[in-house]
Design a protein around this ligand. Structure first.
Ligand SMILES: Cc1ncc(COP(=O)(O)O)c(C=O)c1O
Length: 382
């Protein structure tokens, strides 16, 4: 079997670009292409309206949006930030980049997001903020996390990299805390290759963030005509997204309903084709609490143990299905060890990381591809 060519290859994730993005880029190239230009401002307004947020700032990535949020909130040296270990490296890197220390917290079994009870146990007099990650666009127990933040005076920065379009109790993810951070990386529902956004509810905080984003200058105020020249007013960096990339985002937002409908159809077909098999095999399909509304970002299976997950992954790959595991827990990664996190006990994180497998899910998957994936998954047992 191992030497045989697979019947077909089903890629894990492919962005869906067509003549709409090409036309948008061509048109953008006719005008100004720096950041905070007319297209970027339109996209920011459109996102703010649809999220019901005070302000959205486009950034070069979600990683940078998180750094920007922490800088604007004045989180820095001597302080600790609680975040999951079951997350992408960027959550912890953003904390390190501002000079603070990430403290890893276990995840809840139900949502695979930050566990409020474990978070509470790890709060110290140095804790400044919580960073919940909305894994697969599913919010963790935000009632408990917001309550904890309120009682202990902690800021909340949401890592909503995967969360655009998803909701919690009817509210858009990214608008639940002090700052919310989205990713427009090519693997996300809406993409411009690399990009991100910071969502902010407090106008004063938004003002601080727009200065930091523009190299510590008041260029944004200048562009609004509020000052007659712009100058260096604070410490800052360069986090603003070019208008060329904003043009791609604008085209993607135009077709977001189609993107979501296609993703939902793939998810529905997986569910229908795998539900009965999963029950027999002891494999868990994605689920979320009733207060969460999905954006169909990921479809993941939780196998009964690491051995069956690894075997399934190998079978799928051999048959050309580019399924994949997810995060290597950050506390056990080399950099996690270097910052002294290796002896943290995070049992749910370790179990989920060892048993989770993600299936291909993107808007360009055909029904035929999905049926092929289902057929191969059913062969993987449990
Ligand atoms: C949970 C999470 N946080 C952060 C990021 C980083 O996003 P970006 O690549 O836009 O910096 C990702 C991207 O995969 C992610 O999944």
């Amino acid at each position: 079997m191992s030497g045989a060519r697979p019947a077909r290859t089903v890629p894990f994730s492919v962005p869906w670009f067509d003549e709409r993005e090409r036309a948008a880029v061509a048109s953008a190239l006719e005008g100004r292409v720096a950041g905070d230009g007319p297209i970027g401002q339109r996209v920011e307004k459109r996102l703010a309206d649809s999220l019901k947020a005070e302000r959205v700032l486009l950034t070069t990535s979600c990683t940078h949006a998180m750094e920007l949020a922490l800088l604007a909130l004045d989180v820095g040296p001597g302080q600790e930030v609680l975040c999951p270990s079951f997350t992408f490296v960027s959550t912890a890197n953003a904390v390190l980049r501002v000079g603070a220390r990430p403290v890893f917290v276990d995840i809840e079994d139900a949502t695979l997001g930050l566990d409020p009870e474990d978070a509470e146990r790890r709060v110290t007099s140095h804790t400044a903020a919580l960073m919940p990650v909305h894994y697969a666009g599913v919010a963790p127990d935000m009632d408990a996390l917001l309550d904890l933040a309120g009682r202990r005076g902690l800021k909340v920065v949401e890592d909503a990299a995967q969360g655009l379009g998803a909701r919690w109790r009817g509210r858009a993810l990214g608008t639940l805390g002090d700052g919310g951070c989205f990713s427009f990386h090519e693997s996300k529902n809406v993409t411009c290759g690399e990009g991100g956004a910071l969502v902010i509810g407090d106008p004063e905080l938004a003002r601080r963030a727009e200065v930091i984003r523009e190299k510590g200058t008041n260029r944004a105020a200048f562009l609004r005509g509020e000052v007659d020249k712009y100058t260096w007013v604070a410490e800052g960096s360069s986090y603003v997204l070019s208008d060329v990339l904003a043009a791609i985002l604008e085209a993607q937002l135009d077709k977001l309903p189609e993107i979501e409908a296609r993703r939902a159809a793939v998810e529905g077909r997986y569910r229908a084709g795998l539900e009965e098999w999963a029950g027999r095999a002891g494999v868990r399909l994605p689920s979320s609490p009733p207060e969460c509304e999905s954006n169909h970002h990921l479809f993941h299976l939780l196998y009964p143990d690491g051995v069956s997950r690894d075997r399934a992954l190998a079978t799928l790959r051999q048959r050309g299905v580019m399924a994949t595991f997810h995060y290597v827990p950050l506390h056990s990664a080399p950099q996690g060890q270097a910052i002294g996190a290796h002896d943290t006990s995070l049992p749910v994180t370790d179990r989920v990381a060892a048993t989770l497998l993600r299936l291909p899910l993107h808007p360009r998957l055909s029904e035929d591809d999905v049926d092929y994936v289902i057929e191969v998954v059913r062969e993987t047992g449990g």
